[in-house]
Design a protein around this ligand. Sequence first.
Ligand code: A5P
Length: 234
Amino acid sequence: MTDADIAKYNAAQAALEYVKDGMVVGLGTGSTAAHFVRLLGERVRQGLRVKGVPTSEATRNLAEQVGVPLVDISQINAIDIDVDGADEIDAAFRLIKGGGGALLREKIVAAASARMIVIADESKWVETLGAFPLPIEVTRFGFALTRERVRSALRQTGCAGDEVNLRVSGKANEPVITDGGNYILDAHAGRIPDAEALDAALKQVAGVVEHGLFIGLAHVVVLGKAKGAEVRSR
Ligand code: A5P
């Protein structure tokens, strides 16, 4: 494992202590959350009873492989805790998420959870959000028009940059399609001086399905280090 991977693993392991018998647990997406899902699978084999709610098809597949029982989100009213990674975290526990393209389901699950535990290596802790491009899920229909309105929102809310790119992948540079069947725009804001204002502005843009700013959702941040992890609570 690389140093970053060891730190991610340590964060995931420390988060296990928040999981109690009988809980419904939101299962995040990304490399750090994948460590958590595997570790949770080990606990299940040792007798822990939980039901997982995956935030992506990738996480669903992993959870099934490692034996974490799942429950359909349409069958539940609430989630006890959600354990998920992040691309950036600031001192007010505001997050940028969606580097893995799963931000829509991640936000639905986080918002339905009594507590959100963020697990990350310590490099994700930042003074100001925005160096990591902000992922924005948009409808395929009219995405170029939506992109222009997103650029205006970045400028109006004082962001340092307004470059917005359609996320593509593979040799053919095909647009990435999310689990919800949409596109992802990556907004290179550089620096987001007012995350609440940008959140509000993006919500006004027709065609934006959801964006990767998570405000007021995280309760605990577990920052993994080379040895162990540091827990910060709001
Ligand atoms: C997935 O869409 C993201 O929100 C991830 O949680 C985020 O990108 C963190 O990923 P890593 O744990 O792989 O850094």
